[in-house]
Design a protein around this ligand. Structure first.
Ligand code: GLN
Length: 496
């Protein structure tokens, strides 16, 4: 690349930027400056809640010194954005919650430390729903993220999805080469689908949860956002890996996921679950799903209908298990050890005032539901029952995989992105329904990837989801790259 302009630097894929850095066609400082400029020009999107330009440039300089000597890790010099759920040492980490507004961790999350170990550069912290509870990024204490996408012919603000809305908007708008996300019920895959990019939630246990602000510990997983399947494979390889500090994190070698990109899918059996054909789903989603299956078939895969009979119970069971675990995890925000404190006449009043002032309405709702379903009189009726349903959901998938299915293809979301305010003012269940295709995957602990499938009639992105066998992320990357080749990359028209 001769005298690259900053616009072209921010539209490179992560793999292209990596190769350009290694050839010394561009420096990490140039790449980082181009992204910092892009971030400054896109503040209207509200994707970043904290920019760390000094840190970014210092890291970029250190990377350039290594690259000049022909050294450096797999991500050397590549600028990334970090969801504000990941603790970053010395850098404010709030989970976009008021109660953590003054929290500066003295430690680094394992996932982000893996990224820095491999040479990545941190541009800043990205917006998300408060404590990652939401599907539109409207519950953040920093305000909503505006999607870089708009309906054709309209200037109405659209949600980027949630909870990782900042990550999705930043990657899609060229404000970083890739980003981290967390996914408890769909928070990587749903925003990736809404923003026309790639997002993977790996198998539960593939990435360490240590240093990630806990929402629902048996469901939470970290994963990457990127503009291409290859880029997401490169990022996941760095993020994943054993960590003795998280006992649910597996000790199993991390494959070179990039090798799986473009690998033949001939002979693979792809399941189409009939229960995912939900009432009221737009025809366009149906058509997208059919197209996805045809692309995989044309690449040599076999398409079979499968049944996941307990799917209809997944959403209600999730909205018992997730709040139950959240109510327990969020008990630590008591105004004593860290975060915000509102004084009271005695300790009980201090707790009450702190928690009333520190948590937003959605988080309060989850804590109340969680406390209720765990209470002595209702534990068996709700929590225990939900755990039993969870086992059945997992078994549905196991039966499918035992019958020789390699992966399952579904739409990622039941619709394209909606407008800001459209679903956040009334019944919360309307918002919860967004996760209908993604929560099952967390309940079963399986890997799931969202990959762009095309645009709807309004010009907004639609995504497909592939669900894989435990620890078989490689198959997902191979299949997703087939879809990517047919659907192409989706880039929003710049208006900001
Ligand atoms: N939207 C879902 C919820 O609100 C999932 C969130 C997530 O995956 N963090 O719980």
């Amino acid at each position: 690349m001769n005298s690259p302009t900053s616009g072209s630097l921010t539209s490179l894929s992560l793999a292209e930027a990596r190769d350009a850095l290694r050839k010394r066609d561009v420096t990490s400082v140039e790449l980082t400056e181009a992204h910092l400029d892009a971030i400054a020009e896109a503040r209207v999107l509200n994707a970043y809640v904290l920019e760390t330009p000094d840190k970014a440039l210092a890291m970029a300089k250190a990377s350039d010194a290594k690259l000049a000597k022909g050294e450096g890790g797999p991500l050397e010099g590549l600028p990334l954005g970090i969801k504000d759920m990941f603790a970053t040492e010395g850098v404010r980490t709030t989970a976009c919650a008021k109660i953590l507004e003054n929290f500066v961790p003295v430690y680094e999350s394992t996932v982000t430390s893996h990224l820095w170990r491999d040479g990545a550069v941190m541009l800043g912290k990205l917006n998300n729903d408060e404590f990652a509870m939401g599907s539109s990024n409207e519950t953040s204490r920093f305000g909503p993220v505006i999607s870089p996408w708009r309906r054709s012919g309209s200037t109405a603000a659209i949600v980027p999805g949630g909870s990782s809305g900042g990550s999705a908007a930043a990657v899609s708008a060229g404000l970083c080469l890739g980003a981290t996300g967390t996914d408890t019920g769909g928070s990587i895959r749903q925003p990736a689908a809404f923003a026309g990019i790639v997002g993977i939630k790996p198998t539960y246990g593939r990435c360490s949860r240590w240093g990630v602000v806990a929402f629902a510990s048996s469901l939470d997983q970290a994963g990457p956002f990127a503009r291409t399947v290859r880029d997401s494979a490169i990022l996941l390889r760095s993020m994943a890996g054993h960590d003795p500090k998280d006992t649910t994190c597996v000790d199993r070698p991390v494959p070179d996921y990039e090798v799986a990109v473009g690998r033949s899918v001939k002979g693979m059996k792809i399941g189409i679950p009939k229960e995912y054909r939900v009432a009221g789903m737009p025809d366009e989603i149906e058509a997208l799903w059919r197209r996805g299956a045809e692309w995989l078939k044309a690449a040599g895969a076999e398409i079979v209908e499968v049944s996941l009979p307990h799917t209809k119970y997944a959403l209600p069971a999730y909205y018992i298990v997730a709040p139950a675990e959240a109510s327990s995890n969020l008990a630590r925000y008591d105004g004593v050890r860290f975060g915000v404190r509102v004084p009271g006449n005695d300790i009980t009043e201090m707790y009450e005032k702190t928690r009333a002032a520190g948590f937003g309405p959605e988080v309060r709702r989850r804590i109340m539901i969680g406390t209720y379903v765990l209470s002595a009189g209702y534990y068996d009726a709700y929590y225990l029952r939900a755990q039993q349903v969870r086992t059945l959901i997992k078994k549905d998938f196991e039966d499918c995989f035992d019958a020789g299915v390699h992966a399952i293809l579904t739409p990622a979301t039941p619709s394209s992105a909606f407008g800001i305010g459209e679903k956040s003012s009334g019944d919360p269940v309307e918002m919860y329904l967004n996760d209908i295709f993604t929560v099952t995957v967390n309940m079963a602990g399986l890997p799931g990837i969202a990959v762009p499938g095309g645009l709807d009639a309004q010009g907004l992105p639609l995504g497909l989801q592939l669900i894989g066998r435990p620890f078989d992320e490689e198959t997902l990357f191979s299949l997703a790259s087939v879809i990517e080749q047919d659907a192409g990359r989706l880039t929003p028209a710049r208006w900001w």
